[in-house]
Ligand binder design. Sequence first.
Ligand SMILES: Nc1ncnc2c1ncn2[C@@H]1O[C@H](COP(=O)(O)OP(=O)(O)O)[C@@H](O)[C@H]1O
Ligand SMILES: [Mg+2]
Length: 252
Amino acid sequence: MSVPVIEARGLWSRYGDTVIHKNLDLTVQRGQMVGLVGGSGSGKTTLLREVVGLLRPWKGAVHLFGEPLHSGDPGKDRHLRQRFGMLFQQGALYSALSVFDNVAFPLREMGIRDLDLLRDLVHLKLAMVELEPRHGGLKPAELSGGMVKRVALARALALEPELLILDEPTAGLDPDRSDGFVRLIRELQSELGFTVIMVTHDLPTLLGLSTHIAALADQRIVAFGPPEAVRQVDHPFIRNFFGAGRSAADSP
Ligand SMILES: Nc1ncnc2c1ncn2[C@@H]1O[C@H](COP(=O)(O)OP(=O)(O)O)[C@@H](O)[C@H]1O
Ligand SMILES: [Mg+2]
């Protein structure tokens, strides 16, 4: 098997005296779309932040694409950061910047200065998320919730990442918008082939996107596998998560 996209080994995390993860292991292979589920406050966002190197685990190591995080070599670390894109729940867009400048931001950071090239690239990215060039002039405050998510997705995909990291991508969207966003991510993934790790509480989003589910409980990953297999795992969190979801979906 090829080098995993994400490999977390023996991860321990804590804030002060509070231990969040205890000897956690997680491996994500290329092309997988992994839905990370866990109770509120179980440490899902913390794990994503450790995976992208925004936070250092207390103990243990994370490798991305086979490379260690925090190599100490700024050039290497920058190169690694260009290989993933993030869409985090908070701070999705820079509110002072137009849609165009939000999407152009990572491209400019990469050193792209040519205005014609920038415009073409930004319009291409906007088209990928079903927005038009004219949307480029709008400010985030002028956008609907669904459009904010799509612009944030365009920005996350600007550098053609191999890994896309999503923290509750459909939170706050109504079911129609949420379904549309799930469809968009699925289509882009099948065209571009990136790997996904995503936190979501929303069962339709989870089942609509995940090839694999990772369940975080008891401070570690207690189950990992295809959705059908994880649903069968006899663990109180998993019984509760899918049990509650099923009855909600079945109710009139
Ligand atoms: N910067 C921080 N300082 C102290 N405690 C934190 C910090 N960030 C998160 N926590 C706590 O750590 C736990 C895990 O947080 P988080 O990873 O955000 O959980 P989740 O995303 O699963 O809801 C929570 O109890 C949260 O209150
Ligand atoms: Mg969270």
